[in-house]
Design a protein around this ligand. Sequence first.
Ligand code: FES
Ligand code: FES
Length: 157
Amino acid sequence: MSNHDIELTINGRRFAGSVEARKTLSDFLRIDAGYTGVHVGCEHGVCGACTVIVDGRAVRSCLMLAVQVNGAEVKTVEGLAAPDGTLHPAQQALRDEHGLQCGFCTPGVLMTMAVLTAGNAKPSEESLLAALSGHICRCTGYQGIRRAVKRLAGENL
Ligand code: FES
Ligand code: FES
């Protein structure tokens, strides 16, 4: 099977690879590029755990092919905190409000929150919760996540 050469930016770093046309973006990021913060749960677009940011938009990386991100800018949870380690406001909010237990859903939740608050956007609590309805968490009962969203909305309003 022939491979395709791709070149992209992941978390600010150039990355070049050679991938089969059928390889998903999630497998590429985890296996080829080593960004195992990309979690794979359902592998069919339901759970949201694999969410990453591609050219500023939150996407489910299990539903995208690696060849589709040729030339794109991709951000994973590993690239969310500032270079000096300062947590992204979404990370800080989840931490402060105990919005995670096992952490499996957390990277996807964070990437969606990060997109909605990018550029100091001021999303309402309702719009944040609506976006997060696409993320399944099997541990928290969502209460901590809801509190984190409230805090994040409050910080941005
Ligand atoms: S692993 Fe992609 S949505 Fe569940
Ligand atoms: S914290 Fe375990 S799945 Fe959400």
